[in-house]
Design a protein around this ligand. Structure first.
Ligand code: ZN
Length: 276
């Protein structure tokens, strides 16, 4: 009996060792979250364009739970700057809505040229400039300050409403380019690892869906006619482009009609690398 047990143990062990040794090599691509973290109550300040639906998806918590914990009136819109507690929230994940349109031909990368900030702060600043639609970018990638997580992707109302940007006059980019701003001043600071991972994920998602060629993914300062160092002389452009090339080629299915209550993209479908 003992012999049979030892034999079984050896066979089992060698199976696991072999399966590790022969496992296919993983391609290293940026991930937004690694091991699952425990759920916890989270303080959340409502940003521009955020709805109960969007918060529910971001934190994987039901709308009913958020409403009940904060004694909200579900039929009322959330207010920008409103403080909420998200009960038993999962680690935050970006909900990148995609809209079928031929409008977007370029992606322009910016830095905020500030030490801190978030979508709400930029929204207020841009409103003060007289821009009625508020924050001029379509996406903001936070740096862990100003109450947002490092690498958090915030989606601005301009994206949710599919409006022109107000981020790059040169080359008429405001009408045809998706504007992404990383919080930080990359003339001095480094882009954090999490910001870079989020940037690669976001740009990869957008370029695959809108079929934007790599040459049309540009730094603000490299657009013809733009007189700026944006996104900063220390922005690791080569490293970013290399990471982008190694990111998985995926097609995302369109979302939803435009509007602030847009649905997220459906699950990704793998696309064959080569056509038969
Ligand atoms: Zn810029």
């Amino acid at each position: 009996m003992k012999k049979i047990f030892y034999l079984f143990a050896i066979v089992t062990l060698s199976f696991f060792l072999n399966s590790c040794a022969t496992a296919p090599k993983k391609v290293e691509v940026p991930v937004l979250s690694s091991s699952p973290s425990p759920r916890t109550n989270v303080d959340h300040t409502v940003g521009p364009g955020e709805t109960l639906w969007r918060l529910s998806k971001m934190y994987d918590v039901s709308v009913a739970s958020i409403v009940s914990r904060n004694r909200l009136n579900q039929s009322k819109e959330l207010k920008m700057g409103q403080r909420l507690v998200i009960p038993e929230a999962a680690p935050i994940k970006p909900i990148i809505s995609l809209y079928p349109t031929k409008k977007w031909k370029y992606i322009i990368i910016h830095h905020s040229a500030t030490e801190e900030g978030n979508a709400l702060a930029f929204h207020k600043a841009h409103m003060r400039k007289g821009w009625d639609q508020g924050v001029g970018y379509h996406f903001i990638i936070d740096n862990g300050r100003s109450g947002k997580r490092d690498g958090q992707i915030e989606i601005s109302p301009r994206w949710l409403k599919q409006q022109d940007g107000a981020h790059c006059k040169a080359g008429d980019m405001n009408y045809k380019a998706i504007g992404i701003c990383l919080v930080g001043n990359f003339n001095h600071d480094k882009v954090s690892t999490k910001q870079m991972a989020s940037l690669v994920h976001l740009v990869n998602t957008l370029k695959n869906y809108y079929k934007i060629p790599d040459k049309n993914i540009q730094r603000h300062g490299k657009v013809n006619g733009a007189l700026t160092e944006c996104p900063g002389i220390r922005f690791p452009w080569q490293g970013f482009k290399e990471k982008l090339q190694h990111a998985p080629q995926e097609v995302q299915t369109p979302a939803a009609p435009s509007g602030t209550a847009a649905a997220p993209a459906k699950p990704k479908k793998p696309r064959p690398r080569f056509k038969p």
